[in-house]
Ligand binder design. Structure first.
Ligand SMILES: Cc1ncc(COP(=O)(O)O)c(C=O)c1O
Length: 402
């Protein structure tokens, strides 16, 4: 490998959410909240960014842009950015789209908030999501005052699937205006099959529902696995919007940049009329470089991550055999059912693991619903840290009295 993913990087003093923001984000608390562990004693397996260095060619591109000396108002004027994006989506994921359909946003979450507000103009409009779900899908809906409809994924022996009977019922009864869909899925890591997406797509088309396919995790996959861009499954459906970004795969979420492909011309016009579309020049340079130069780094990162998943799976099978976990096809997240090991009185899982094990993780009701007894472990870290985190989790869950 050309890149060193074992390197442990000190994030102290960088205002990182991962190190400094966990009280607010996980526990809804301020700095007065204390734990039996000092902040730097925690093993942090929570928020979805990585402990790996943002790649050198991205930092280099940012430095080069900085060396141009002037950081004035910036927009995406040159066609180079679009070329970098479609060249990437074509060679890595076998799909592409016309230039006029691409807009950018300072992150997918801000884009979701905007899109929901443009699409759901009436407070009575309903939005469907699958649960467990990335919590910001729900937040984008409630912030706009709309009603949330959830369909629970079915979990059987480590495998998650959509409940199509339930989905058909919801589509028939609820008059769904918009679906926010995660492809591949956070937190389960499922890469949906083409057949599953077609079935979901048929429901969407039959009811003329808007569909946002959030594909932010698509480039983080176990080696050899492909995913199915929704744009390929529904090549002609005008109400499809696809969101994706360099941020997850290249560990650059702090640069606040994402891509949104809007097919529908009217919606695009609403977006353009309302969206503040200036860019951070350093972000733009870094994000363009990611897609222009990122293949080898990403392949190596995915290979390293695959080893982390294999290690985690065999660790859990050996030491926590009653936990339910299968290696997912995508994301760097392990979604593990540890309910068999939890004392009856434990309801707040993140608090339990923070206080009793010194591990920061997400789990339980942080994922809207259908997530009781599950923890989400971020595995994108040097294996030495991962081993310590798993050791602590095992120690807590197998201690006497459980
Ligand atoms: C499914 C999904 N969408 C969006 C985001 C965040 O996107 P952004 O940082 O571009 O706002 C995340 C982050 O974890 C995510 O898991």
């Amino acid at each position: 490998m050309a890149y060193d993913f074992d390197q442990i990087i000190d994030r102290k003093g960088t205002n990182a959410l991962n190190t400094d923001g966990f009280r607010g984000y996980i526990f809804n608390a301020d700095d007065s909240m204390t734990f039996p562990y000092a902040d730097d004693e925690f093993i942090r397996m929570w928020v979805a960014d990585m402990e790996f260095a943002t790649p050198d060619f991205i930092r280099e591109a940012i430095k080069n842009r900085l060396d141009r000396q002037i950081l004035g108002y910036t927009k995406v004027f040159s066609p180079d950015y679009y070329q970098a994006v479609v060249s990437w989506t074509e060679r890595r994921n076998d799909w592409t789209f016309p230039k006029e359909e691409l807009v950018t946003a300072p992150g997918i979450i801000p884009a979701l908030y905007e899109l929901v507000s443009y699409i759901c103009q009436s407070k009575d409009d309903k939005v469907l999501i699958l649960t467990p779900s990335y919590a910001y899908f729900e937040k984008a809906v409630s912030a706009n005052g709309n009603q949330l409809v959830t369909s629970q994924l079915i979990h059987k022996d480590g495998h998650f699937s959509m409940d199509f009977d339930d989905l058909e019922e919801k589509f028939n009864q609820e008059d769904i205006k918009l679906c926010i869909f995660c492809n591949p899925h956070n937190p389960t890591g499922r890469i949906w099959t083409e057949e599953e997406l077609q079935r979901f797509g048929q429901l969407v088309q039959a009811h003329n529902t808007w569909l946002i396919s959030d594909e932010i995790h698509c480039d983080i996959r176990r080696p050899g696995l492909a995913y199915h861009p929704f744009a390929k499954v529904l090549p002609d459906y005008d109400r499809l919007i696809v969101t994706f970004a360099q941020s997850k795969a290249f560990n650059m979420a702090g640069l606040m940049f994402s891509n949104v492909v809007i097919r529908n011309q009217e919606l695009r016009q609403i977006w353009k009329a309302n969206h503040y579309d200036f860019e951070n020049p350093l972000s733009l340079a870094g994000n363009q470089a990611a897609y222009e130069k990122g293949d080898q780094w990403l392949d190596e990162m995915n290979a390293y991550l695959a080893d982390n998943f294999t290690f985690t799976k065999s660790f859990i099978d050996q030491y926590l055999p009653q936990a339910n976990f299968e290696i997912p096809g995508a994301t760097y997240l392990a979604w593990v059912d540890v309910s068999a090991y939890l004392p009856d009185d434990v309801t707040d899982l993140p608090l339990y693991f923070a206080n009793e094990a010194g591990v920061l993780l997400e789990g339980g009701d942080m994922f809207v619903n259908n997530s009781d007894g599950y923890i989400r472990l971020n595995l994108a870290m040097p294996q030495a840290i991962l081993q310590e985190g798993l050791k602590r989790i095992k120690k807590l869950l197998t201690q006497k009295g459980h």
